[in-house]
Write a protein that binds this ligand. Structure first.
Ligand code: UAG
Ligand code: ATP
Ligand code: API
Ligand code: MG
Length: 486
């Protein structure tokens, strides 16, 4: 049983109305999810203001309300707590409600524009292979010792987050590896979590619709490291332009990894092929199943994290060499006529460039590269022409299509992508709104040996159009078409 006094432990409130130390049955930040006995936290959002739903929350049985502005008329039957920042308060009360589970295991957060899912998933797979009980919170899915719990966000809201961490603790987990998105940092979803370490991957163009400027995006990521405790480690990618900036104000132990610059953990690429990477990593030569330079960074980041968590070097390298990472990241199949299809979650300009340059590096001869690509609706519009431009620069043919249009007109999204296409390359591009038709066309255009990259949706099993998620799976589409390519 949890009482109000337990739940508000450590919460700085400026005013308290009502004094009943009532039992709290749940924490809710959405009035629609309130159950009798819940504490409702009114958060000012990007669309509406949670304060407008206080009455509704009370009608549904909320016994306590946390808010930034007290309603004009408060009822004496409900406790009201006024705070400076409800989002911060939500993090604190959610952690208290679940008895601060993050402090009872070793929690490692991974942040950066690209590579979070890959690194968090590899760490989870590695540590399970080393014999530990582990949890994973990621874009693809959440997992507790092999039990899959579907994920709706890269980083869950504070209530779900602490509830999942508590379940991990109850299941005996020693570690949890989680992705920390910039939205989550800005919205204080990770407030009051106790991290054993933080890992930075890289920072490139994304989410400017939300953060407005690159500097604000950078500062959101940096805030995660600024908040790490001094007994934690802060591991950065020293080859990234902003790698050192990230750790500028952290109290944690600073460590770095890199392929090019001075770093605590170093690696060198000896071979980069379709079958995998041969790395000289911390003095050892090891073959890995992961493909591409960007995965050399991911593997090195994982290795360095494992060393900072005091694992055995030989065991770590042996286990890591067998792992294939997350679903929908550089996954490939070969058709009977030797056309190669690659599904990759590249949905930023940098990721598109990385995956295509990797394809160029590892193809055997002059095989043509056909890229099928779209951009998500209701997301950063400024990356659309750049992603199209990058795709054209690195491909022989490009098919512009829909990603998740969400509430936007897919034809308009494609039009914005077309702005980035060099006039000289126009005759090598075609725009097909229907993603199914786009993939089919790529398969028809491909000659034996050619490589088709289907970018942007990776593991996603749906296409979101006007609030409806219709089944769609890039790999399934390729598999169905490839059967006929004989
Ligand atoms: C832009 C954004 O991030 N929005 C997130 C935010 O919602 P919001 O601020 O828009 O909320 P709102 O609709 O304005 O509502 C404000 C408050 O009123 C409450 N409310 C609302 C209606 C009602 O009837 N009653 C009620 O109480 C809401 O529950 C909320 O607390 O807070 C919600 C609760 O945590 C999130 O679900 C929601 O994620 C939306 C769905 C989303 O799509 N987010 C994406 C962009 C996102 O977070 N992505 C990152 C990954 C990005 C990356 O790849 O790096 C992620 O971590 O997943
Ligand atoms: N270290 C890296 N550097 C640059 N690009 C990368 C890196 N790792 C992966 N990528 C590219 O970015 C894509 C997304 O990778 P991943 O899912 O690991 O990133 P993420 O940070 O979790 O993305 P999201 O923000 O959507 O959760 C991959 O499919 C690949 O194309
Ligand atoms: N976490 C990313 C995922 C983008 C995936 C892409 N398929 C899209 O829908 O834009 C985001 O929310 O921006
Ligand atoms: Mg991710």
């Amino acid at each position: 049983m949890r009482y109000l006094s337990d739940v508000i432990d450590g919460l700085a409130f400026t005013e308290l109305q009502g004094s009943a130390d009532v039992e709290i049955t749940a924490i809710a930040f959405d009035s629609r999810a309130v159950i009798p006995g819940a504490m409702f936290v009114a958060v000012k959002g990007t669309v509406v203001d949670g304060h407008d739903y206080i009455d509704q929350a009370i009608k549904k049985g909320a016994v306590a309300v946390v808010c930034e502005d007290l309603p004009a008329h408060t009822t004496g039957e409900v406790d009201f707590l006024m705070v400076a920042d409800s989002a911060v308060a939500l993090g604190i009360v959610a952690a208290n409600f679940y008895d601060n589970p993050s402090a009872k295991l070793k929690l490692v957060g991974v942040t950066g524009t690209n590579g979070k899912t890959t690194i968090a998933t590899l760490l989870y797979q590695l540590f399970r292979d080393l014999g530990y009980k582990c949890g994973l919170l990621s874009t693809v899915e959440n997992q507790i010792n092999g039990k899959v719990i579907p994920s709706t966000h890269t980083t869950p809201d504070p209530v779900e987050l602490n509830s999942l961490l508590a379940e991990m603790v109850d299941s005996g987990c020693d570690y949890c590896f989680m992705e920390v998105s910039s939205h989550a940092i800005s919205q204080k979803r990770i407030e009051s979590l106790v991290f054993a370490g933080g890992v930075f991957t890289n920072l490139t163009h994304d989410h400017l619709d939300y953060h407005k400027t690159f500097l604000r995006y950078l500062n959101a990521k940096k805030e995660f490291f600024d908040g790490l405790p001094k007994d934690a480690f802060a591991l950065t990618n020293s080859d990234d332009k902003n790698g050192n900036v990230m750790l500028q104000n952290t109290a944690a132990h600073k460590k770095s990894y890199g392929l090019k610059t001075m770093a605590d953990y170093k690696a060198r690429i000896l071979e980069n092929q379709f079958s995998g990477l041969l790395l000289q990593i911390d003095g050892e030569e090891v073959w890995f199943k992961m493909v591409g330079t960007f995965n050399a960074y991911n593997l090195l980041g994982v290795y360095a994290t494992a060393m900072l968590l005091e694992q055995d070097k030989a065991k770590v390298l042996t286990s890591l060499s067998k792992l294939t990472g997350a679903e929908g990241r550089f996954e490939y199949i070969t058709a009977p006529n030797k056309v190669v299809g690659i599904v990759d979650y590249a949905h930023t300009p940098d990721a598109v460039q990385n995956v295509l340059s990797t394809i160029h590096d590892i193809r055997k001869g002059n095989e043509k590269v056909i890229t099928v690509i779209g951009c998500g609706g209701d997301r950063d519009k400024t990356k659309r022409p750049i992603m199209a431009k990058t795709a054209c620069e690195w491909s022989d043919k490009v098919i512009l299509t829909s990603d998740n249009p969400r509430t936007e007109d897919p034809a308009q999204i494609i039009k914005e992508m077309e702005e980035g296409v060099d006039p000289a390359f126009k005759r090598h591009t075609v725009s097909i709104i229907d993603r199914h038709e786009a993939i089919k066309t790529a398969c028809m255009l491909a000659n034996p040996g050619d490589i088709i990259l289907v970018a942007g949706k990776g593991h996603e099993k749906y296409q979101e159009i006007n609030g409806v998620k219709n089944h769609f799976d890039d790999m399934e589409e390729l598999e169905n078409r490839f059967k006929d390519l004989v």
